[in-house]
Design a protein around this ligand. Structure first.
Ligand code: PLP
Length: 356
């Protein structure tokens, strides 16, 4: 059945002081198998280990791989809080469904997250900008090069200690509108979180970096005009100033990921007295509104990016600055509202922060 087996433990360490992003793994992992006819196995927690896979494993060749990314934070009272795990579990189910894979029950997903967070929370220092980033992933494990879906799967949950995605502090980033490549198209997989969406974005990301930008800004694939999202985060624009400002984000069209942070920001914007708006907005319109001083701020948001101000846009050789090029007040207020919720230091009427 399964083509995977554990071998030697991968080194990891306790209390990570300078985590960076993505490489300071915690000590444990959880594995669950799904076998045709038998369904889900019990969850097994082991030390973080390398896998040994058959070179003909379906997931490796045909990309039957779905994943998630969610975070656990230390609350101000010292206990751990996991951010919206049920919503991540539901999105994971949707991603798996899209790849004709079995759907892990929400309760099993959340129980695995709770178990790993409690086992590995000692890796997290007291620095409030650090968190435990949890990475659930599932892939087809059949050994077969027949072009078909796998009949057996493995779910893994691992974690790393995360610092800032763009470094420490609240730096503004610049974005590069890609006119050469498309990330997603109608009927495709842009609205789910699968490995196959990411590898094709790396070339565009390299182009963005060559143009001096930190992130690609994806446009719709049909007209190549409308803003969609960024490499691993959603985008928001602020129209107007002060309490009356609108907090605007591209409408969900089936070609961008419905970010859980995006959903949170729409709620928080309203709570702060702003008007949340989901609209189809073109690059051209954004630029014109920036030039007229109507669009005053922009930011990226996501589990990894939290809320990161966007200051500059590069579009086919022209560059424009948003507002005064510095993080704006609406962006910073939303960031604070979000991180206060993460740390359990603000009222949480939606019950988003889950206790493991
Ligand atoms: N868009 C893409 C392509 C992503 O990979 C992510 C990260 O998961 C996001 C947006 C933001 O989603 P979330 O806020 O759920 O992390």
């Amino acid at each position: 059945m399964s083509a995977t087996s554990e071998s030697s433990a991968v080194s990891s360490s306790r209390v990570v002081e300078h985590p960076g992003h993505g490489e300071s793994f915690t000590e444990h992992m959880i594995s669950i198998d799904w076998t045709e006819g038998r369904g889900w196995s019990e969850a097994r927690m082991t030390p973080l280990q390398e896998l040994s896979v058959h070179p003909g494993m379906i997931g490796l060749h045909y990309g039957q791989v779905a994943y998630e990314g969610l975070k656990a934070h230390r609350r101000t009272d010292g206990s751990m809080g996991v951010w919206r795990p049920r919503d991540h579990a539901l999105r994971f189910q949707r991603s798996c469904r899209r790849l004709a894979m079995p759907e892990l029950p929400v309760e099993t997903f959340v129980a695995a997250v709770d178990q790993l967070v409690l086992a590995d929370e000692s890796s997290l220092s007291g620095d409030p900008s650090h968190s435990i980033y949890l990475r659930p992933i599932m892939f087809g494990t059949d050994t077969s090069l027949m072009l078909r879906r796998s009949r057996n799967y493995r779910f893994l949950l691992m974690a790393f200690v995360a610092g800032g995605f763009f470094g420490d502090g609240i730096e503004s980033v610049s974005v590069y509108a890609s006119h050469t490549y498309s990330r997603a198209f109608p009927g495709g997989t842009g609205d789910v979180k699968i490995a196959g969406n990411y590898a094709p974005s790396f070339l565009a990301q390299r182009e963005a970096e060559a143009a001096g930008c930190q992130q690609v800004l994806w446009l719709d694939a049909v007209e190549r005009r409308y803003l969609e999202e960024m490499g691993g985060m959603n985008i928001f624009l602020v129209r107007g100033h002060g309490p009356q400002a609108q907090v605007v984000t591209p409408r969900l069209t089936g070609t961008l990921l419905p970010g859980i942070t995006r959903d949170t920001i729409l709620t928080l914007a309203e709570r702060l007295g702003h008007q949340p708006v989901e609209e189809r907005i073109s690059l051209e319109q954004w630029r014109t509104e920036c030039e007229r001083g109507v669009m005053s701020e922009a930011f990226a948001c996501g589990t990894a990016a939290v809320v990161t101000p966007v200051c500059t846009v590069v579009d086919r050789g022209t560059t424009w600055t948003i507002g005064d090029g510095k993080p704006g007040p609406v962006t910073l207020a939303l960031r604070t509202a979000l991180t206060d919720l993460h740390h359990g230091s603000a009222p949480d009427p939606d019950g988003w922060l889950h206790s493991p």
